[in-house]
Design a protein around this ligand. Structure first.
Ligand SMILES: [Zn+2]
Length: 382
């Protein structure tokens, strides 16, 4: 069964390679499927509303980062071995969810000598594409994500928490809780405001003896790093290129049990040129190439058959902003690929961003804190 899973990965790697060539060709003629560029629009700042009913109220900051020139797509997927069969990937039935994995206290941490895993999974890589709307994936050239979707389980209607802004949502994604519990009510870097209320995904994993790393494109993520939780926290710089380069180094040095990667370019282009604009769709295409590099590095390191990859976003957007409770702002993609994950299925359950943390812990066979709102997305553990 593992062979099948591995073979199906080989297949999508091959598909990705072919599609990447297409992508490069498309990049030369304008990046986006049949869409002509529109005139540049005025950059609008991030929303400046305040959060009601909460003790700490902080206005949001001006635009998150100065847009930087987009690097050309240089993604090349490594093919170390050609696929030898064309069978359809089938779900692996060895992983039966057990009800005892539902919320339990963190005191049940396993013994340090044992690396706990669920089935074949002993690494989780979470990639958050800042500001990625799921409908952008249907319009932009995304050969890597298309191949990953074909090899995994996907939802185009997962939900962010409100307000739909970066730090609050990543706090939920990685902290397993809604804003009222995790306490991150702001969207700026301000050390005087303190840290997230734990436990986070990283504190639970770290307590269990697992290794953890974060590579991010916005300095404000510091608020999510509790003591003794993240072994390797890297603010790489404000571009996907910088983040990806650092992430590749982390993977090549030995993939931690949990690796979180935050890619900022799609959001930056949304604020500059508008959500779903040709320029943003071109940015989505380039980000797809970065994700391809990460997957290639995982493949080269021999990690693909023991790694759950989750690709999602913190929020969507409309015009040149986000932050509201509209579906354009709150609907996010949620994709899981890995050993045992059924291939090519659409997840019908209602997924909220805080379920990402719970899914990661469940995949690693770690206890999910009782206080968390998040629950594992069981549809991927069939
Ligand atoms: Zn964001």
């Amino acid at each position: 069964m593992m062979m099948k899973a591995k073979s199906s990965f080989k297949i999508f790697i091959v598909v990705s390679f072919v599609a990447t060539l297409t992508l490069v060709a498309c990049a030369l003629i304008g990046n986006v499927k049949g869409i002509t560029p529109s005139p540049p629009r005025t950059v609008s700042p991030e929303p400046t509303f305040v959060v009601i009913n909460l003790p700490t109220v902080t206005p949001f900051s001006p635009p998150e980062s100065t847009p930087t020139p987009q690097p050309t797509n240089t993604a090349t997927l490594v093919i170390s071995q050609t696929a030898t069969s064309t069978h359809t990937p089938t779900p692996i039935p060895t992983q039966t969810p057990s009800p005892t994995d539902s919320p339990t206290a963190t005191t049940t941490a396993p013994t340090p000598t044992q690396i706990p895993t669920r089935g074949a999974i002993n690494h989780v890589v979470i990639i958050s594409v800042d500001g990625l709307r799921p409908d952008a994936l249907d319009l932009a050239n995304t050969p890597t994500l298309d191949a990953l979707r074909a090899a995994g389980a996907y939802s185009s209607r997962a939900q962010a928490v409100v307000p739909s802004v970066t730090l609050i949502n990543h706090a939920s994604m990685l902290g397993g809780m809604g804003m009222e519990k995790h306490g991150i009510t702001w969207n700026v870097l301000d050390p005087s405001l303190g840290k997230i209320n734990g436990p986070t995904l990283f504190t639970v994993a770290h307590e269990a003896g697992l290794s953890t790393a974060m590579v991010v494109g916005k300095p404000r993520f510091e608020h999510l790093v509790l003591p003794d939780s993240v072994d390797n926290y890297i603010y790489a710089g404000p571009t996907d290129r910088q983040v990806t380069d650092q992430a590749l180094q982390v993977i090549q040095a030995g993939l931690p049990n949990i690796l979180f990667i935050h890619l900022p370019d799609v959001d930056a282009m949304g604020h500059q040129a508008g959500w779903m604009s040709p320029d943003q769709l071109a940015s989505v295409a380039q980000t797809d190439g970065m994700i391809g590099e990460v997957v290639s590095a995982l493949e080269a390191g021999g990690y693909l058959d023991k790694t759950l990859i989750i690709i999602t976003a913190d929020h969507g957007g409309h015009d040149t902003t986000h932050g509201t409770d509209s579906l354009e702002d709150t609907t996010i993609p949620w994709l899981a690929v890995g050993p045992g994950v059924p291939a090519g299925i659409i997840l019908e359950s209602n997924i909220v961003t805080y379920d990402t943390a719970a899914t990661a812990l469940y995949a690693l066979d770690l206890p999910i804190p009782e206080v968390w709102d998040g629950r594992p997305v069981m549809g991927i553990f069939n």
